[in-house]
Design a protein around this ligand. Structure first.
Ligand SMILES: Cc1ncc(COP(=O)(O)O)c(C=O)c1O
Length: 365
């Protein structure tokens, strides 16, 4: 990340937005939040959007809005941030992990049907690293079994599948505005995108203690609200997110043009998909050597999801063993996030590629 390059030019605008909120005296669920909800909705084919406290709460509330509870099963991917699976378990339901596709790192739709049981309550794909899950076959399986789909869009704001925006492709979708996300806030924040007004009504009620009016409490809910300061700043970033995503795509193209594909397995973009490269995950059989070579040159690189969810201690009771979900496990063992942000220069890309090339020379003997 390069926070300075990204936010520096916007600093005066951000300062004015923060001062405006302070002057307004409205701090929680005020006009900035409702305007942000409307602005995001306009990008989500008009679907109602509901701001919440963070992307994890967005998942818990979305699942709760579908009445997911103890004994239910939710089919999801093992190759994701823990929050996806945690939200399922938080409601007492069981995450059922289905392996991923090697090319896009998302849940493999062809394996979903075999995982459906009478207890299955929902399917929860993740648009991981900014690449949309393959929603057309996923929706077909879901529809055939009458199951709702929740899209975890925490890493993919602005990505699209078949020309349609992720977030508007399922029954519910969740967004995170965590500061490292491609549409960030300056603290925690999240949103739920809803296919129907009825679902949005339930989500709004759940985010505020299960009440519509602070007088009558209809169900056990949450205190999970987006605050005005976050919304005011996210609104500024929203105007830039497409340009930033274009910058990320340009950086990905630069990695390819610089020959990285001869040295590592590059992240793929499925035909019809619009990848926004929230993270640039490339694979190498000797990942540790690549990391060491980058580190030696002062270049940051990071492993994401080195232990896939089905092998995490918290889910040991579910009985998964190493080897059960081989594609996810291979990716967990070999994938590395290389530098990726909207302002990455060709020189920086060349430096990274050069460092990786030095490893391949050693590996090749
Ligand atoms: C795939 C995924 N889902 C959910 C979350 C949770 O979002 P938050 O950190 O806003 O709670 C994150 C990010 O942290 C994420 O990457």
């Amino acid at each position: 990340m390069d926070i300075g390059a990204q936010y520096g030019p916007l600093r005066a605008e951000i300062d004015r937005a923060i001062a405006g909120v302070l002057d307004s005296g409205r701090f929680i669920l005020g006009p900035e939040v409702s305007t942000l909800e409307a602005e995001v909705s306009a990008r989500m084919e008009g679907r109602p959007c509901v701001g919440v406290a963070n992307g994890t709460d967005a998942l818990v509330i979305a699942l709760n809005a579908l009445d997911v509870g103890p004994g239910d099963e939710v089919i999801t991917t093992p190759y994701t941030f823990y929050a996806t699976a945690e939200a399922i378990a938080r409601l007492g339901a069981v995450p059922v992990f289905v392996d991923i596709r090697e090319d896009d790192h998302c849940i493999d739709p062809s394996l979903v049907e075999a995982a459906i049981t009478p207890r299955t309550k929902a399917i929860l794909p993740v648009h991981i690293f900014g690449h949309p899950a393959d929603m057309t076959p996923l929706r077909a399986v879901a529809e055939a079994h009458g199951l709702p789909v929740i899209e975890d869009s925490a890493q993919a704001f602005g990505a699209a599948d078949g020309g349609r925006p992720v977030g508007a492709l399922g029954d519910l979708a969740t967004i995170s505005f965590f500061p490292t996300k491609n549409l960030p806030g300056i603290g925690d924040g999240g949103m739920v995108v809803c296919r129907t007004e009825e679902l949005a009504d339930r989500v709004r009620r759940l985010r505020f203690h299960g009440s519509r009016d602070k007088v009558v409490f209809e169900e056990v809910g949450y205190n999970s609200r987006l605050d005005e300061l976050q919304a005011a700043v996210i609104r500024i970033f929203l105007r830039h997110v497409d340009g930033w995503n274009d910058g990320r795509r340009a950086a990905a193209a630069a990695y390819e043009a610089a020959g990285l594909g001869e040295l590592m397995t590059l992240p793929a973009e499925r035909p019809g998909a619009h990848h926004i490269y929230h993270l640039y995950m490339a694979r190498h059989p000797d990942r540790e050597a690549v990391m060491a070579a980058l580190k030696a040159r002062g270049i940051a690189a990071a492993v994401y999801y080195g232990i896939p969810m089905h092998l995490q201690p918290v889910f040991a009771h579910l009985g998964y063993k190493p080897g059960d979900l081989p594609v996810a496990e291979t990716c967990a063992d070999t994938a590395l996030a290389l530098p990726m942000h909207p302002h990455l220069t060709e020189e920086q890309v060349a430096e990274v590629v050069d460092a990786v090339r030095s490893v391949n020379r050693v590996v090749a003997g």
